[in-house]
Design a protein around this ligand. Structure first.
Ligand code: NDP
Length: 399
């Protein structure tokens, strides 16, 4: 049926590649392209021989011209960008130049500042409309499934949603004193930034990790959750009509936070360049180089993740509460695709989004966040492609 160009060959890309190969009727051909071609070749070696034909290529996705040449030579229907957020705009430019659809899992980030905002990518809306191509932004789990969950709640259970709390819990244990579950640079930038949430039309800032609650999560138990800013808050505050308050919460263990505090205090999480032995380095990038590679955590991680949204609002004039969540087991993911649950919960939705685009189910020119698209076909595929969800109509609320 279709061809996908997958850019990136890290933890998330590996899951996308496995899941595309599990669905050869849709993904007849894929090309895995990344900066380090050996990683693409290693993935091909693992999965070759099935019905999905696999090619590999070396590409520096910071260079639009290189991406254009690759798209022209492979001829994909869609580009799945699972490289880093820094490459979003160059890849979108290449898609515009070649008339190919685009999907990613993280908003564009300028390398020199941590912003977590969609403004740069939303500015492409008109250009994508005029070119007759589609971009789906933030199609991982959070952002991604959390937006689909929100759209599904609004479509089926509410007339108005007033409050959304996104709760992202990882109760996995990899046995290292300190490691991040996905790209350490992106992860640490996210956590060390100020917290922020939306209430009554305003954004309220909180010092990093200063707001804490304990929440008892299904299949995981009580956990400390901390308020963070997360990029889907921006698009959900805009796209979920009637919303008055939206917050994002993530679990961290005391051990993780102690390590992070020390690293921060000694300057290792900074993105300001410093000169070391005559060479300019960015401390956070150096830290990334000494931390365990997230892709290596797969075989060691035990336990589950639980990510969901708690929505409060009204239906037929009556107050209504709703919790929808997915529980994912690290070891089951590892058995299936050789990755831990963080990469799995990101890669599966990216594959589903691309599948819906190739099938034409999600297809309209322009630039969209997932909650702007019909949630129903996506929710069905979550259940059948590895991320089944559960509902609770009388959840414990956070306040
Ligand atoms: P990794 O660091 O494991 O992998 C990133 C890959 O991108 C590597 O293969 C890297 O190549 C490649 N890459 C980096 N720069 C370039 C470039 N200039 N040109 C070509 N390839 C490049 O990251 P993850 O797999 O953990 O994360 C991938 C994406 O998913 C990130 O954007 C992350 O923010 C996002 N994410 C989204 C989540 C969600 O729920 N929405 C959750 C988790 C992650 P090399 O091997 O040479 O370094």
């Amino acid at each position: 049926m279709g061809k996908a160009l997958i850019i990136g060959a890290g933890g998330v890309a590996s899951v996308v590649v496995h899941k595309c190969c599990q669905n050869p009727d849709v993904f007849e051909e894929i090309c895995i392209a990344s900066r380090t071609v050996e990683k693409c070749e290693a993935l091909k070696k693992k999965l070759d021989g099935g019905r999905t034909k696999i090619q590999t290529a070396r590409v520096d996705a910071d260079n639009t011209e290189e991406v254009i040449q690759l798209i022209k030579s492979f001829g994909p229907d869609v580009v799945i960008n699972v490289a880093l957020p820094y490459q979003d705009l160059t890849i979108m430019d290449a898609c515009l130049a070649t008339g190919v659809h685009y999907l990613d899992t993280a908003n564009y980030e300028p390398p020199e500042t941590a912003k977590f905002e969609y403004s740069w990518q939303w500015a492409y809306k008109k250009k994508f409309e005029e070119a007759g191509i589609m971009a789906v932004l933030g199609c991982g789990f959070d952002p991604g499934v959390t937006g689909v969950f929100s759209a599904y709640a609004l479509k089926h259970y509410f007339d108005e949603i007033h409050t959304i709390d996104i709760v992202d819990a990882n109760a996995g244990d990899h046995g290292y004193p300190f490691a991040t579950n996905f790209n350490p640079e992106i992860n640490i930038r996210e956590i060390t930034a100020n917290g922020r949430y939306y209430e009554n039309g305003e954004w309220i800032e909180t010092p990093p990790l200063s707001e804490k609650k304990v929440y008892d999560l299904p299949e995981i138990g009580p956990k400390d959750i901390y308020l963070l800013y997360h990029e889907e808050l921006e698009s959900l505050a805009k796209n979920i009509t009637g919303i008055k308050k939206i917050r994002f919460w993530m679990t961290f263990s005391q051990n993780y936070l102690t390590h992070l505090k020390v690293l921060e205090n000694v300057g290792m999480t900074s993105i300001e360049p410093i000169v070391f032995e005559g060479k300019e380095i960015i401390p956070l990038q150096f830290l990334k180089a000494v931390l365990p590679d997230p892709a290596s955590l797969g075989p060691r991680t035990k336990g589950k993740t639980n990510i969901g949204i708690i929505a409060q609002g009204t239906k037929d004039g009556e107050p209504k509460n709703y919790y929808v969540y997915n529980v994912c087991d690290h070891q089951e993911c590892y058995r299936e695709v050789g990755s831990q649950a963080i990469s799995y919960t990101t890669g599966v939705p990216a594959m589903i989004g691309a599948m819906l685009m190739i099938k034409g189910t999600w297809m309209k020119p322009g630039v969209y966040n997932v909650e702007e698209l019909d949630p129903d076909p996506f929710m069905e595929l979550l259940n059948t492609k590895g991320l089944p969800w559960q509902e609770d109509f009388s959840p414990t609320l956070l306040d």
